[in-house]
Design a protein around this ligand. Structure first.
Ligand code: AP5
Ligand code: MG
Length: 217
């Protein structure tokens, strides 16, 4: 079963993907994470995408589709992928369908994380992650007490460079204009399930767990 985890910046897509990996052995394919890794590598692509990401704009569809297709050729993750942060516009959604078709796969479920916008800037401004295991915490809602691994004793807590008020406003605007329309595309296919993502993290995970168990049974 392949899943799209859908929602605005700060809705909890990454947080709930981590839960799905642990609970159901899914593989998280986050285009945001792939792009941030590219930035760290200092590649030619890095200079092209850095400014776009830091200003909350979308990276070109060609770059994204290339990153995705590379992953889809990996048979070890076949039919257990969570698409996080992708697709982000109708063109990407259509490309995803045709790429998945090429590799005899499809999307079975779109988890629509529903959140009221006013909470998002606090979630994003409080987000920190462990420099070693990459686990995400929140200074307000999920304090960074300790990580799961011993190696993380040497951790520092990292903030994303696009996690500031100005960029969040732009990211939300782009989400409304380009990303939200995808929901109708998936609703027409009858695969969207709403999740109340305003509640605490564990309760959101519980809802998601029940949805997946229902689909699997
Ligand atoms: P990306 O990395 O995908 O960022 P995003 O979509 O803005 O989403 P976030 O990662 O900010 O939020 P999230 O929903 O994962 O929330 P999280 O779980 O961390 O993209 C970054 C950039 O890359 C884009 O702006 C664009 O430039 C580029 N890009 C990426 N994909 C692209 C694509 N396909 N096409 C073109 N460009 C692309 O949670 C947030 C915080 O809230 C955490 O601290 C967490 O602990 C806390 N939290 C989570 N759930 C709860 C809860 N229920 N209650 C309280 N706190 C919670
Ligand atoms: Mg994320």
């Amino acid at each position: 079963m392949n899943i799209v985890i859908f929602g605005p910046p700060g809705a909890g897509k990454g947080t709930q993907s981590a839960f799905l990996i642990n609970q159901f052995n899914f593989f998280q394919l986050s285009t945001g994470d792939l792009l941030r890794n590219e930035l760290k590598s200092g590649s030619t692509l890095a200079s092209e995408i850095e400014n776009l990401m830091n200003t909350g704009k979308l990276v070109s569809d060609d770059i994204i589709n290339n990153l995705i297709e590379k992953k889809l050729t990996d048979q070890s993750i076949e039919n257990r992928i969570i698409f996080d942060g992708f697709p982000r516009n109708i063109e990407q959604a259509k490309t995803l369908d045709s790429l998945l078709g090429k590799y005899s796969q499809s999307i079975s479920l779109v988890l629509n994380l529903k959140v009221d916008y006013p909470i998002l800037s606090k979630r994003i401004s409080g987000r920190v992650s462990c420099s070693v295991c990459k686990k995400t915490f929140n200074e307000f809602f999920d304090p960074p007490v300790s990580c799961d691994h011993l190696d993380c004793k040497t951790r520092t807590l990292i903030k994303r460079s696009d996690d500031n008020e100005e960029t969040v406003t732009k990211r939300l605007k782009i989400y409304d204009e380009s990303t939200l329309p995808i929901l109708d595309y998936y609703k027409d296919k009858g695969i969207v399930v709403d999740v109340d993502a305003m509640t605490e993290i564990a309760k959101v995970s519980e809802q998601i767990s029940n949805i997946i168990k229902d689909l699997k049974s």
